[in-house]
Design a protein around this ligand. Structure first.
Ligand SMILES: [Zn+2]
Length: 102
């Protein structure tokens, strides 16, 4: 699994709260299942829309945090295993494992 396999998330105002669903933004009126398991219809809202000030759904906020953590962990793992820089230890390797043996 790479960072590109993981779908990310999209925020969606719904019934007075800001929720989120997995994956990229869908087209207007397309059905989505929110992280908190509510069924909603996707819609695009403006940057200045008042819905952006609505409180976040607790469950969706927690799940978005997990998505972000998971994506950064995958990105870090990809950096450590992508050997394009010759024999130099991968980025971050020394800080976590110490200097490699001579
Ligand atoms: Zn929610």
């Amino acid at each position: 699994m790479s960072v590109y396999d993981f779908p990310g998330y999209t925020w969606l105002p719904f019934e007075g709260k800001r929720h989120a669903y997995p994956g990229a933004a869908k087209r207007d009126k397309e059905p989505v299942t929110l992280f908190c398991q509510l069924a909603a219809s996707a819609w695009a809202y403006e940057l200045g829309a008042l819905e952006r000030l609505w409180p976040e759904c607790d469950i969706c906020r927690e799940m978005v945090g997990k998505v972000v953590d998971h994506r950064s962990a995958l990105r870090e793992r990809a950096r450590d295993t992508f050997h394009v820089y010759g024999d130099r230890p991968p980025y971050g390797w020394i800080s976590r494992h110490g200097a490699p043996p001579p």
